[in-house]
Design a binder for this molecule. Sequence first.
Ligand code: AZA
Length: 295
Amino acid sequence: SYVSAARYGKDNVRLYKVHRDEKTGVQTVNETTVTVLLEGDIETSYTKADNSVVVATDSQKNTVYVLAKQNPVTPPELFGSIVANHFTTKYKHIHKAHVKVVTHRWTRMVIDGKPHPHSFYRDGNDVRVTEVTSIEGTGLAVRSGIKDLLVLKSTGSAFHGFVRDEFTTLPETWDRIMSTDVDATWEWKLFPSLDAVKQSVPLFDKAFDTARAVTMKTFAEDNSASVQATMYKMSDLILAAEPLIEHVSYALPNKHYFEIDLSWHKGLKNTGKDAEVYAPQSNPNGLIKCTVSRQ
Ligand SMILES: O=c1[nH]c(=O)c2nn[nH]c2[nH]1
């Protein structure tokens, strides 16, 4: 047997950094969870118990904190690139470094109509996900995204015209609840170097804000014929917004809400146009995935 693939590192490195503006007294915070995984000439650490090739995961964790002190931690695409590039540059036997930066929401409080200088709240469980792979001699592959953005619309969603055969029981509907947990990813054109990432810094926050806004606006406004049709529209709009984005992917669970027939109780009408009381389903759920790429 032989090691056909291997990568190792530190997961769940929690990182918080504050910026203090001495002049205005305004403080800004950033909280992330970082994962580092290294690849390279490390097989002997598995096959020969040779630890001489092991950059300890503890050292990798230390490196994240040192680089966070010495460099900007935002946008996450920049910080992830700095960390990934560090490992493929400093260690000649490490040829690939994968860095994932999950940014948690701390939204500044507005108190009496004014943004508060140092108070924040978690206005949603959705996170900004950034994954950077530094490939020695090639460049930096950057993927950005949104995860755990839970959305629901109470109408404006239909599903009919699908295959009907001896396996079909699902009734057609022209008016249904649609709910999903958005997992969106957009892949940037390969950056040849860390400098190239630095030159594109203004694009990353703009792309994230656009992708989040497009996702919610399209979800809300599209008279959805299916999850498939709506997610394609979202992807197309994100590609149109940023030429450096080459692929957009969505993975959307269809979180079903089932009508409950209450007619057994004195003929109570609660189906079709009379439906008001529904049973949210934990499982099973639909799962609709797609990747839309630039022509
Ligand atoms: O939007 C939907 N897409 C599907 O493929 C599907 N299948 N059942 N319900 C569904 N809803």
